[in-house]
Design a protein around this ligand. Structure first.
Ligand code: NAD
Length: 285
């Protein structure tokens, strides 16, 4: 049901790959709420994914860009301002990738070239996006920029690997740039820290099914879905949240404030044996 929360607003959505993507749901809801948008993803993702179909469905121009390339980002902002007919009111950064996770490198055996890629794609791209937009003065006053994060930025989660470092950096950039962009142009910048969600990127996290189950059992409201995450992003793009900036906002059913729930404790008591490999050696998990 539409509330026309984004009536007349112009937005750029980075990171819709397929209909499981959080960005996909945000794009659909943004248009439903009255916005006009452009979509951006890498040339490879546009070839392999379904973003062109989404573009057709939402009447949105699809602009190919690698978010680690400043030139590509300039093109996205230029073409979006042109296509949408004015300054941008909201931007979603829904981008994450770790070559170390993909190649199953453990955190105590990282490949440092890959670590640089993880940080560049998943965090520094956010700085590049903001710097490009600010230099071009492409975002309207009280415009809203949101990036997606995860609680592993604050607490350690087995298997999240170097993405935890990327999310910490992402949240730090949010505060540092939020100060400057807020002070000079009234642009607000926040991260939404989302529950584990089944998506293409999400499935790369080691033990994702168990993590989702644990997180669901720990959260008084259960895990938040991609659709629910999109709804929260819409409120942050709307004029109802004009003084919210530089925040990391948990959207996780209460998970981040929990210590131990009854359901998780019951589950845990069923499997207390130590993990061992086939030779009986303990695996520290
Ligand atoms: N799925 C989860 O459990 C979860 C939880 C919390 C936060 N997040 C975050 O949500 C965001 C979106 O992920 P998702 O779960 O919807 O998965 P997804 O795989 O659908 O989206 C990730 C996107 O990043 C894009 N991308 C990768 N490298 C890029 C580059 N160099 N330039 C531009 N785009 C690039 C991919 O093409 C893809 O569209 C990520 O930041 C992710 O870390 C996900």
């Amino acid at each position: 049901m539409s509330h026309n929360l984004l009536q007349g607003k112009r937005g750029i959505i980075f990171g819709a790959l397929n209909d499981m993507s959080i960005a996909w749901k945000v794009a659909e809801q943004a248009v439903e709420e009255g916005a006009t948008i452009t979509l951006s993803n890498t040339p490879m993702a546009i070839r392999m994914g379904d973003v062109e179909a989404l573009g057709k469905q939402l009447n949105a121009k699809v602009i190919a860009a690698d978010a680690t390339s400043v030139e590509d980002l300039q093109k996205v902002f230029e073409e979006s301002v042109d296509a949408l007919g004015g300054k941008i009111d909201f931007v979603l950064h829904s981008i994450g990738m770790s070559p170390n996770v993909r190649k199953k490198r453990r955190y105590d055996d990282l490949d440092y070239n890959m670590l640089e890629k993880t940080l560049d794609i998943s965090a520094i791209s956010f700085h590049k996006m903001l710097q490009v937009a600010k230099k071009m003065d492409a975002i309207a006053e009280y415009g809203s920029v949101v990036a997606l994060s995860y609680v592993a930025a604050q607490r350690t989660f087995f298997g999240y690997n170097d993405m935890a470092d990327a999310k910490s950096l992402l949240e730090s950039i949010t505060r540092s740039f939020g100060y400057i962009y807020g002070r000079e142009k009234c642009v607000r910048i926040n991260t939404v820290s989302q529950s584990p969600t089944i998506t293409t990127a999400g499935s790369g996290v080691k033990g994702m099914d168990n993590l989702m189950d644990f997180s669901d059992k720990m959260s008084p409201l259960g895990n938040a879905s991609a659709d629910e995450c999109a709804s929260y992003c819409i409120t942050l793009f709307s004029d109802l949240t004009r003084k919210v900036t530089m925040q990391n906002l948990y959207h996780d059913g209460g998970f981040s404030s929990m210590g131990m729930s009854l359901r998780a404790m019951n589950q845990y008591s069923k499997g207390l044996e130590e993990y061992t490999d086939e030779n009986g050696n303990i695996i520290y998990g």
